[in-house]
Design a protein around this ligand. Structure first.
Ligand code: NCD
Length: 307
């Protein structure tokens, strides 16, 4: 089974069959993580470069673990310690890496579209690990895997993304992937943090968190992207928490328990209270484990899919 696309750039054009193929393969790969020796020789012949032009802890480590669990050769490259700081262009940097005979590039970059540009100009397969505020497809896939683990299927599930939708690549990839899979997607946040015409993406819009909670099965709570924000989009963090913070009191008013997702890193006490993040309906750490499995599945399928 191969994916329709040679690269994983985003979920905008990804058909439901490809999403299902990745999620099915991820279930098989997750089993490897629980073995006494959690490693298989599947990608022994493959060399991967992790090119991170923007800070990341979880995603970078998750990709590196996924690559190592599959026995790929791994090279890590971060912008601050490379010739990029000497003025080399993105394409020159990667062409030089390619000349050293690599197969796959995992790239995080602050500019939307950077991985698409790369895919056009080099022979390696490209995986988008987050391009500015645009897309973060592997995060949305691991979120969908976590929901499938719990609910069996995504069709008709009511998932609401809460918070900073306008600056969140996690939000856009989730909206695109979940709607493709037939889920009912909504967004909830202050008008200043919702993109203009967000309804055009096929989502319901709530401005009131209690109404969103009453009409959802799942909340995916997003981090306030302080680093991507011009000042003044909401009055203060305290005010944000009072209006849009997900608290156990608010959740207690819902007709049934909601499942809580968060892509991390959590700003405890801002968008999500600590007792909810650590509570029985939070699947935040399952998301992290599933992240490794989903990335193993994607690496395997892009590298040709021969087990
Ligand atoms: C997300 C990201 O970097 O886009 N985090 C992640 O991938 N672990 C979400 C965020 O930074 O809020």
């Amino acid at each position: 089974m191969a994916l329709r696309s040679a690269h994983l750039l985003g979920l905008r054009e990804m058909p439901a069959e490809d999403i299902t193929a990745i999620l099915d393969a991820a279930v098989a790969f997750k089993e490897i993580l629980h073995r006494p020796i959690p490693k298989v020789p599947t990608l022994r012949h493959v060399t991967v470069v992790n090119a991170f032009f923007e800070s990341s802890t979880r995603t970078r480590i998750s990709f590196e673990l996924a690559e190592k669990r599959l026995s790929a050769d791994v090279v890590n490259f971060s912008a601050s310690t490379s010739s990029v700081s000497k003025g080399e262009t993105l394409i020159d940097t990667i062409r030089n890496l390619e000349a050293m005979k690599i197969d796959l590039v995992v790239m995080r970059h602050p500019l939307p579209g950077a991985p698409h540009l790369l895919a056009k100009h080099c022979d390696s397969k490209v995986i988008n690990a987050g391009d500015g505020p645009h897309e973060h497809p592997t995060q949305a896939l691991l979120d969908m895997m976590t929901l499938r683990d719990k609910y069996g299927e995504l069709n008709k599930l009511r998932v609401t993304l809460i918070g900073d939708i306008a600056h969140s690549r996690v939000a856009l990839s989730n909206i695109l992937g979940l709607t493709t899979m037939g889920a009912k997607v909504a967004v909830c946040g202050p008008p200043t943090l919702l993109p203009r015409n967000v309804e055009d993406l096929g989502v319901t819009v709530y401005y009131d968190l209690d109404e969103a909670i009453a009409k959802s099965d799942v909340l995916n709570v997003l981090r306030i992207q302080l680093e991507r924000q011009d000042a003044g989009l909401f009055p203060s963090l305290r005010e944000y928490h009072a209006t849009y913070g997900v608290t156990s009191e608010r959740l207690a008013a819902a007709p049934k328990p909601l499942t809580i997702l968060h892509p991390g890193p959590v700003n405890r006490g801002v968008e999500l209270d600590a007792d909810v993040a650590d509570g029985p309906h939070s699947v935040i750490l399952q998301q992290v484990t599933n992240g490794v499995a989903v990335r193993m599945a994607i690496l395997f399928l892009l590298a040709g899919g021969e087990k």
